[in-house]
Design a binder for this molecule. Structure first.
Ligand code: SAM
Length: 281
């Protein structure tokens, strides 16, 4: 079943960066047989229709995933993510875009588990329907993902990727994320935590990555993609970032190849740029 509610933004440049990084992090975890959990605190609906309703009105995917679909010069790591989206759209026309739980489901193995939180009743219902045949490997709760994460840590297999992708419509999200991570690191210090965040001209957004750098994690990596010059009126999202605590060593070298390409292909004006920085404690 497809969601129309959050299809406003589905497949935009922010989803491209987020889901590409998510895929890389999961593929890294797959390198060892030992099971792991993927915990998605703000899961959304799982699959989005691009050819109807809100998505058509905004068509944000046209300046995101649509720019990559026909390219034949994709860096190898990015090609795997694009292949996953192409797999959902076998006749070549871009009609469906996958959300983070669906991306995860393509990569998880029999021994792994997907733990999803989605607070909105409409989206959690669609999410349930999308994963109805997935069996016990997928558990969905229509509750607050910040509190839900706390209750799950440390995860039974002692290996996990946690994706934190709140809407940031309420400015409390900018405080809830570092507070949740501070607690999570105490419960499970070796987990990999990936936080998506928007680049906006508001104060909370501009200081957000700095607040995550102060967390007591052993290492972190911050990547952001600016697609256009911030607007003169101060409104709108000009890019987004992924902040990863305890990143795998492979992420930096992969992003060094992929980010110049994404900046060139998804950039909309001369303000297009990326930041890639990391710290090893
Ligand atoms: N992670 C999804 C993906 O990449 O496909 C997109 C998630 S969307 C940006 C944010 C979602 O969080 C929305 O579906 C919203 O209903 C949900 N949400 C908002 N507050 C929440 C909370 N406190 N706990 C769980 N879900 C929440």
């Amino acid at each position: 079943m497809l969601s129309y509610r959050h299809a406003f933004h589905a497949g935009n440049h922010a989803d491209v960066l987020k889901h590409f990084v998510e895929l890389h992090l999961l593929q890294y975890l797959n390198q060892k047989d030992k099971p792991y959990w993927m915990i998605d605190t703000h899961a959304g609906a799982g699959l989005y229709a691009l050819d109807q309703g809100y998505a058509v009105k905004n068509a944000e995917y046209m300046s995101g995933i649509a720019r990559l679909m026909q390219r034949d010069d994709l860096p190898a790591a990015l090609a795997e993510y694009v292949a996953l989206v192409r797999g959902l759209n076998p006749d070549g026309e871009l009609k469906i875009y996958p959300g983070s739980p669906w991306v995860a489901m393509q990569v998880l193995r029999q021994q792994d588990q997907l733990r999803l939180f989605e607070l909105h009743p409409t989206d959690s219902k669609v999410l349930h329907e999308n994963f109805a045949s997935a069996g016990r490997r997928v558990r969905i709760e229509a509750t607050d993902g910040f509190a839900g994460l706390k209750a799950l840590l440390p995860p039974a297999p002692r290996r996990a990727l946690v994706l934190i992708d709140p809407p940031y419509e309420e400015k409390q999200d900018y405080q809830r994320v570092p507070a949740t991570l501070k607690d999570a690191l105490k419960r499970f210090e070796t987990g990999t935590y990936a936080v998506w965040y928007p680049l906006l001209q508001r104060h909370e957004s501009q200081h957000f990555a700095e607040s995550l750098k102060r967390l007591p994690a052993k290492s972190w990596l911050n990547v952001s993609l600016t697609v256009n010059t911030p607007s003169a009126d101060g409104f709108g999202m000009h890019g987004s970032g992924m902040f990863v605590l305890n990143p795998p060593w492979t992420l930096m070298s992969t992003l060094k190849t992929v980010m110049p390409y994404l900046t060139k292909v998804l950039g909309q004006d001369t303000g297009a740029a990326y930041i890639l920085e990391a710290h090893e404690g």
